[in-house]
Design a protein around this ligand. Structure first.
Ligand code: NAD
Ligand code: TDX
Length: 360
């Protein structure tokens, strides 16, 4: 048995589906079901007895301890987090609470459980912290990509909370000997991503005839990875990663935001043309920039490739095409996530980001 926290969200749900397709080992999915969670992400395994879902918060140490004692997992993978940078700017408290206090609490529950295991099981136990490249801060155009030794320099409340959590994980390994692994991955895209992030926001807004907001001049660069490649890397790190180590995950997919949005518009033009025959690119609007907006992220994943033999299986255009096709084929999912709460966020999102033309 493995424990996955945050398994009803974007990457966690993809990981669980992937895991159960490849392994007989059951998964205990522990998720607080925040706005970002969606039980529909797990519909395909609704009748699979190997998937046990429990609604619980990683900050609830008693609940987590009781679950660990009852299910005796060999590993805990922590995906649970508040994950959206814009939300962290407008409401940082929940990010410090969920991402930093949450990891502290999870580490203490895991440590107590691990210390009580027989020696052989103690050696084999792993706690894998799923983290982000944003902890390294921002790169200039001519800087080399982030490596595992790049100093942490987080710039947003989100990335600072994730950086703090990574430091706690490191300390729990160094001080108590808890066998931890940390992965720092670049921007993911794929099925099940909540449409507040750039890729699904663009697809969903384009189809709904809404503006496609691009912060600043659209030149900010992210290093995009298809979610299945992230999941494969996590399986490999869990299997063969060395305790105490950190591993960068990324596929050399650097693109500017404008390139990403234009590619999505091109794919939508092909797969679901607008009724008036014009390109979805006509809906692009340049809007006020994100405060503290990091200019560029890029990942050097040589360690993961060389030590553990991982490499991405999906090219950028192919992964984006599959992503667009998934959103087109799952209109019900798209409708269902656009609840009142989503509409409320979109209204504030658009209101805060008045277009530069409007502001001029
Ligand atoms: P998400 O927002 O889609 O899902 C997060 C999930 O965690 C949700 O199901 C939510 O209900 C759950 N959750 C939140 N707080 C919780 C708590 N206190 N206790 C229990 N469950 C809680 O996020 P995602 O994009 O799937 O990201 C998953 C992890 O991967 C995060 O830790 C994130 O920092 C990291 N990450 C994400 C990306 C990316 O591009 N999305 C890249 C690198 C790393
Ligand atoms: O409407 C938008 N317009 C826009 O130009 C949105 C939502 C975003 N952007 C820009 C901001 C970023 O430069 O697009 C880029 C990507 O933005 P997000 O999708 O919000 O992702 P980012 O801020 O890069 O963070 C993501 O990748 C790293 C995830 O949300 C994090 O959880 C992960 O750790």
């Amino acid at each position: 048995m493995i424990v996955v926290t945050g398994g009803a969200g974007f990457i966690g749900s993809n990981f669980i589906l992937d895991w159960l397709a490849r392994s007989r080992e059951p998964v205990l999915n522990l998720d607080a079901l925040t706005y970002a969670a969606n039980p529909a992400n797990l519909r395909a395994i609704a009748n699979d007895a190997r998937h046990v879902f429990v609604r619980a918060d990683i900050r609830d140490r008693d609940a987590v301890s009781a679950l660990l004692a009852a299910h005796r997992p060999r590993a805990v993978l922590n995906f649970a987090a508040e994950s959206h940078v814009d939300r962290s700017i407008h409401g940082p408290a929940e990010f410090v609470s969920a991402n930093l206090d949450g990891v502290f609490s999870l580490l203490e529950a895991a440590r107590a459980y691990w210390e009580g295991l027989p020696a052989a099981e103690r050696d084999a136990f792993r706690l894998l912290q799923v983290s982000t490249d944003e902890v390294y801060g921002s790169l200039r155009a001519d800087d080399p990509p982030f490596t595992e030794t790049t100093p942490y320099a987080p710039n947003s409340p989100y990335s600072a909370s994730k950086a703090g959590a990574d430091h706690l994980v490191r300390a729990w390994c160094h001080t108590y000997g808890l066998p931890t692994l940390t992965t720092n991955c670049s921007n993911n895209y794929g099925p099940h991503q909540f449409p507040e992030k750039l890729v699904p926001l663009t697809i969903v807004s384009a189809l709904a005839g809404r503006p496609l907001p691009i912060y600043g001049d659209g030149s900010n660069v992210r290093d995009w990875l298809f979610v299945e490649d992230h999941c494969a890397a996590l399986r490999r790190v869990l299997e063969a990663g060395r305790p105490g180590e950190t591993y960068n995950i990324g596929g050399g997919g650097e693109r500017s935001n404008l390139q990403v949005v234009r590619m999505l518009c091109r794919l939508l033009d092909e797969l679901s043309p607008r009724a008036d025959g014009r390109s979805y690119a006509a809906q692009i609007r340049f809007v006020a920039d994100r405060p503290g907006h990091d200019a560029r992220y890029a990942i050097n994943a040589d360690k993961l490739r060389q030590e553990l033999g991982w490499q991405p299986a999906h090219g950028f255009e192919e992964g984006m095409r599959r992503t667009v096709a998934w959103y087109l084929a799952n209109r019900e999912w798209v409708e269902q996530v656009q609840t009142g709460a989503y509409r409320a966020w979109m209204e504030t999102h658009y209101a805060r980001r008045a277009t530069q033309e409007e502001m001029a």
